[in-house]
Design a protein around this ligand. Structure first.
Ligand code: PLP
Length: 434
């Protein structure tokens, strides 16, 4: 049935009338499963169909503390009774001050100023505006397979598939793409791939994009929609070195990889000692309430003048209260350690599976971001042939076994698993069995 059409049975005369709603959901919304949620707890979604689904999607990496963690629910409920919305340019509210304090505990040294928006895309845009205002330079360098959102500017920075930007050009100008060290696809070991990608970056700077006209380099510590590819630490270190050399702002997009998901609090921490200039995060920070954060040293943040950043709902009080509770739960329940341990368990299980399934070309990830890349094992050629049909078939087979997964990758051939940070060893085993 279409969601807009509802059959009512009248209890009086037992006749059925069809109520045709005045609106239906847009065809642009392509739902991967027929599931309608009744309620959800922890790692489980309970559908109106009476089935319980093991959720390895977490609303695309959002419900970090699991669905409806009691502490998060209580914090949001309590905040609703105090104040729901107060605009931060007029009056400040307590939850945003507390969230800023809590973030101060976990942000890298020197990154001591935070601004808030509602979504990852808005945080990406804010970081680009800030980098351009701070440097007075136009160009932004992004890396192949990066995903930074769907607003027009964020889509301009996104190279994780044509579907995110085709058909609504012109996009934002001044964006230049450099290769990402995708070792598996290049048929290289990681060191060689990093060396190649850094040489290409230097070549881009030497031949086409003047580094002293470049405001920022924007990178995800683990490519998300681009196929769940961890960015090699040596590549991040190479970017830091070039950013320092040329006075370029290094922005790490931790919208998906942040807040414990990778088994460290921030994904960029896998590169020892790396301190970004701007860090943006969203998704897992408030367990499902929409809020994002842009963090930078005060001196840099001060280059954005008041009024140039933010929006009506940015830093909403209920979302901020949920964020404070989320960070407390992550600390008190040792969820970063759990993400690392359960992530190791998941990746080890997938590696065993890969040995038995020729269509699995690669298994990789970091913590609770696990990707399975499907290929055509019979195809000839020096580069793996993407097998999006196999990924879609696996996703469907998982749904049939009440396991929710997502696909991703520029070629659509990666199944990604994003369990909640509270996932248990039994739930990981159960997911692997399915
Ligand atoms: N950046 C990254 C790394 C993401 O994964 C996403 C969303 O998936 C975004 C930015 C955009 O976030 P949003 O969908 O909240 O606008």
């Amino acid at each position: 049935s279409t969601l807009g059409t509802v059959a009512h049975t009248s209890s009086d005369d037992n006749t059925t009338e069809i109520h045709r709603a005045r609106a239906t959901l847009s065809p642009a919304l392509k739902q991967a499963t027929p599931v309608v949620v009744d309620h959800a707890t922890g790692s489980w979604i309970h559908g109106t169909d009476g089935r319980s689904y093991l959720d390895f999607t977490t609303g695309i990496g959002v419900t970090s503390t699991g669905h409806c963690h009691p502490r998060v629910v209580a914090a949001a409920q309590e905040q609703c009774g105090k104040i729901i919305h107060a605009q931060y340019t007029t009056v400040m509210h307590q939850p945003l001050l507390e969230l800023t304090d809590a973030l101060g505990e976990v942000l890298p040294d020197g990154i001591d100023s935070v601004f808030y928006a509602n979504s990852g895309s808005e945080a990406v845009e804010a970081s680009i505006r800030l980098a351009r205002m701070a440097t007075g330079r136009p160009n932004i360098v992004v890396f192949q397979g990066g995903f930074h959102g769907r607003t027009v500017a964020a889509a301009s920075l996104t190279t994780a598939g044509t579907r995110f930007s085709a058909g609504f050009s012109p996009l934002m100008s001044g964006v230049h793409m450099a290769p990402f060290p995708y070792a598996y696809r290049y048929g290289m070991d990681t060191d060689t791939a990093v060396d190649f990608a850094l040489r290409e970056l230097d070549y881009l700077f030497a031949s086409r994009v003047a580094p002293n006209d470049t405001a920022a380099m924007l990178i995800e510590p683990v490519l998300g929609d681009g196929g769940y590819l961890p960015t090699p630490p040596a590549f991040l270190a190479g970017l830091r070195e070039r950013a320092d050399r040329h006075g370029i702002v290094l922005i790490v997009d931790e919208v998906q990889s942040g807040v414990g998901r990778t088994g460290k609090f921030w994904g960029h921490e896998f590169c020892d000692g790396l301190v970004p200039d701007i860090l943006i995060t969203a998704k897992g920070i408030a367990s499902g309430f929409p809020i994002s954060a842009i963090a930078a040293p005060t001196e840099l943040m001060a280059k954005a003048w008041p009024g140039s950043q933010g929006g009506t709902y940015g830093g909403n009080a209920v979302a901020a209260a949920a964020g404070v509770a989320t960070l407390a739960v992550i600390a008190e329940e040792n969820l970063v350690d759990n993400a690392r341990e359960r992530g190791d368990q998941l990746l080890a299980g997938l590696a065993t599976l890969a040995e038995r399934v020729p269509a699995i070309g690669d298994v990789r990830g970091q913590g609770l971001m696990a990707g399975i890349e499907f290929i055509d094992p019979d195809a000839s050629g020096s580069v793996p042939t993407a097998n999006a049909a196999a990924a879609a078939k696996v996703q469907q087979a998982c749904i049939d076994q009440d396991l929710l997964t997502l696909t991703c990758g520029p070629l659509g051939n990666v199944v990604r698993l994003i369990p909640a940070l509270v996932v248990t060893a039994d739930e990981i085993d159960s997911g692997l069995a399915r």
